[in-house]
Design a protein around this ligand. Structure first.
Ligand code: DGY
Length: 307
């Protein structure tokens, strides 16, 4: 009987397939992820781990897990896992692709629409009692028809976001892996990020890239906070060079309560909910379980991580 540790309670019924297959299922209790020390403790007897992006799976943890065969990440991203260190130890790493593509693209559009139409500012005015009358010149935003959207990352979620934006009449350009970002940024009214976080993409959008963006342009990030130099972003927003930002991801998560991003007017910060639809999260549980059961049967993972 294999032991499968899951670091959080997961939506749906699919975890029950683990005991049904004759394995022991242990779910970390409570609403917070395990601390690194707790994770090391449970890893000691684990044959399989189901982790979330809040769990750091590094070489030290893997060394504390002599029986481990698979880490099934409950995410499409793997930046919380040292995938190469796992592979060097013959530990498979699984991900949950495709099933969250639509949910994440929907949320990118939600953020895009919100900051394009000054929703954070307008909603705050209503709550604060600052909305005194209908104002012909108040809260004027960007109309999406013919506005230019630069999608950085031409993978599944980037393409799905581009399809949605095109249906709103936006002119969509994709910046793939080898694109010259600096040549593309000045033309965009909105830049939306859809690349994985890696050593190559960390701070992909820094001071120079933000300066290259059109004055008043908007930034949307549903990928990973580490893609953006956040101090430079705050500076560009405070100076009014950027017109706003819609952020589902940031560094750290959650932001401290007095983080300057939270005080900026046309900035919408969400608690990393890109994949948070009932259907997507249920399917993610199924995919994570399928990765675990395949590894415990000695089969290749249906959805392995790259690298
Ligand atoms: C992912 O899958 O990488 C998301 O950020 C969480 O769903």
């Amino acid at each position: 009987m294999a032991i499968v540790h899951v670091t959080r309670e997961l939506p749906g019924d699919a975890l029950q397939r683990i005991p049904a297959a004759g394995h022991k299922l242990v779910v970390h209790p409570g609403t917070m992820p395990p601390t690194p020390a707790e994770l090391r403790r449970v890893a000691a007897d684990a044959d399989a781990l189901i982790t979330t992006l809040a769990d750091r799976v590094n070489a030290e943890l893997l060394d504390a897990a002599p029986r481990l065969k698979v880490v099934a990440n409950y995410a499409v991203g793997t930046d919380n896992i040292d995938v190469q260190a796992a592979h060097r130890r013959d530990i498979a790493v699984g991900v949950t692709p495709d099933v969250l593509t639509d949910a994440t693209a929907d949320l990118a559009m939600t953020l895009l629409l919100a900051v394009a139409r000054q929703v954070p500012v307008a909603a705050r005015a209503v709550i604060d009692g600052a909305w005194t009358t209908w104002d012909p010149s108040g809260y004027l935003g960007l109309g999406l028809r013919d506005a230019r959207l630069l999608i950085v990352g031409a993978g599944r979620i980037g393409r799905a976001t581009g399809e949605r934006a095109a249906a709103f009449g936006m002119q969509v350009t994709y910046a793939g892996r080898d694109a010259d970002l600096h040549a593309l940024l000045p033309d965009a009214d909105v830049v939306s990020l859809h690349v994985p976080l890696s050593p190559q993409t960390r701070k992909l959008i820094g001071e120079q890239e933000l300066a290259a963006m059109k004055p008043g342009a908007l930034l949307v990030n549903t990928a990973r906070g580490g893609l953006v130099d956040q101090d430079a972003l705050v500076d560009a927003l405070e100076r009014g060079h950027l017109g706003g930002a819609g952020l589902d991801v940031m560094t750290p998560e959650p932001l401290p309560p007095h983080d300057p991003l939270l005080a900026l007017p046309n900035v919408l910060v969400l608690p990393h909910i890109g994949s948070a639809t009932v259907a997507a999260r249920h399917r993610m549980t199924e995919l994570a379980v399928e990765n675990v059961l395949a590894a415990l049967d000695g089969d290749p993972l249906p959805n392995p991580a790259k690298g």
